[in-house]
Write a protein that binds this ligand. Structure first.
Ligand SMILES: Cc1ncc(C[n+]2csc(CCOP(=O)(O)OP(=O)(O)O)c2C)c(N)n1
Length: 379
């Protein structure tokens, strides 16, 4: 078998495993939203595998790309990705624990009390979740704040030859997010501020909770975003990894404007009776349908050996390689920065903190005393 063929097969295997694990988790919980994971697994996989600079071994590296799942109801899409990418867990003190963030057992306890796989993604509860999402529109709005934060950090601390910050923010959203006023306000601001570090990926499946979107939502989304000053890109087939990759790369290479990639997808893709219907949005599949979707009657929570091997990096190691090269670049940048700081910054003797107002921001973690609550630490 040629190398290209092997890569293709690994891509397909990973996408299908994301889909079947999502279905199984929802089936086991007897509740959840399978439609978007079925339709958008290829897009999310493509982003993580081919573009994202995110090292699963170090999910808190400060210059990592941020991934936001604004369609929080489709949380299994994120949990399966975190599981297959073998993202490591961190504790409330921001120490890497060595254990995976999302195990197969966590997926098996999806939507149960205390599970790492809560119904909607929760920040600081499941490592790799960058912000809590669920209320439609909230994730995309937060992503604009994140993009502003990155621009601020870069403007304040980057110097010629010392690029400490340069990460991108990706947010996956659906029709529900687009309908919310908050996403319009945030998108308008992002266009005004020319946030070219921001990319929204719009799951354009024409279906929402009540039925077809044209019951209530017929606006020209592309036209709206053009008017906001965004770079608008379109991918006509959510299963075409190369086109998705091209669009995301074009977005990353477009200066001076945020980008939106409109991906035409099929909700519940592969489900024999529910694809392209609102029934796929939030209903579990019958076990016979689950078997059909997978092309065979799979045992529950089947995870091929390619992804369970502990010695082999998940996702072909590409995401990790990209991030760890970025990490070592930024580590050496930081070292050089300290040893020979640019003229505009002076350091206290022996320390790495600049004097005067240009101190590095220090983001202390919040302590989670018990599930469901967060308390600020006393310093
Ligand atoms: C502000 C807000 N209103 C209502 C809901 C309830 N809700 C959850 S998912 C959903 C429909 C989302 O539709 P879409 O984004 O098209 O998702 P898809 O059907 O493609 O999965 C609704 C109304 C919510 N989560 N947030």
């Amino acid at each position: 078998m040629s190398t290209a063929q092997t890569v293709l097969d690994l891509d397909q295997l990973c996408v299908n495993t994301m889909r079947t694990l999502a279905i199984d988790a929802i089936q086991q919980a007897n509740s959840g939203h399978p439609g978007t994971p079925m339709g958008m697994s290829p897009t999310v996989y493509c982003l993580w595998q081919r573009l994202l600079r995110f090292d699963p071994e170090d999910p808190i590296w400060m210059n990592r790309d941020r991934f936001v799942l604004s369609s929080g109801h489709a949380s299994t899409l994120l949990y399966t990705m975190l599981h297959l990418a073998k993202v490591k867990a961190v504790d409330p003190e921001y120490e890497i624990l060595g254990r995976p963030s999302v195990t197969l057992d966590d997926l098996k306890s999806f939507r149960q009390f205390g599970s790492r796989c809560a119904g909607h993604p929760e920040y600081r509860w499941t490592s790799g979740v960058e912000t809590t999402t669920g209320p439609l529109g909230q994730g995309v709005a937060t992503s604009v704040g994140m993009a502003i934060a990155e621009k601020w950090l870069a403007a304040r601390y980057n110097r010629p030859e010392f690029d400490l910050f340069g990460y991108r923010i990706y947010a996956v959203c659906g029709d529900g997010c687009m309908m919310e006023g908050i996403s319009s306000e945030a998108a308008s601001l992002a266009g005004h501020l020319k946030l070219d570090n921001l990319c929204w990926i719009y799951d354009n499946n024409h279906i929402t909770i009540e039925g077809k979107t044209d019951l209530a939502f017929t606006e020209d989304v592309a036209g709206r975003f053009l008017a906001y000053g965004w770079n608008v890109l379109r991918v006509g087939d959510a299963n075409d990894l190369d086109r998705i990759e091209n669009a995301l790369k074009t977005a990353a290479a477009t200066p001076g404007r945020p980008s939106i990639v409109i991906v035409d997808s099929h909700i519940g893709y592969g489900s024999p009776h529910r694809q392209d219907t609102s029934a796929a949005h939030g209903k579990k599949k019958s076990s016979s349908q689950r078997g059909h979707t997978a092309g065979r009657r799979t045992p529950s929570f089947l995870c091929p050996a390619e992804f369970t091997s502990t010695s082999k990096p998940a996702l072909d190691g590409e995401a990790a390689k990209r991030a760890s090269s970025g990490r070592s670049d930024s580590a050496s940048t930081a070292t050089n920065f300290r040893s020979s700081p640019p003229n505009s910054i002076r350091f206290k003797s022996g320390g790495c903190r600049p004097v005067g107002r240009r101190t590095f921001p220090c983001f202390r973690p919040m302590r989670r005393e018990f599930p469901g609550a967060m308390r600020p630490r006393k310093f």
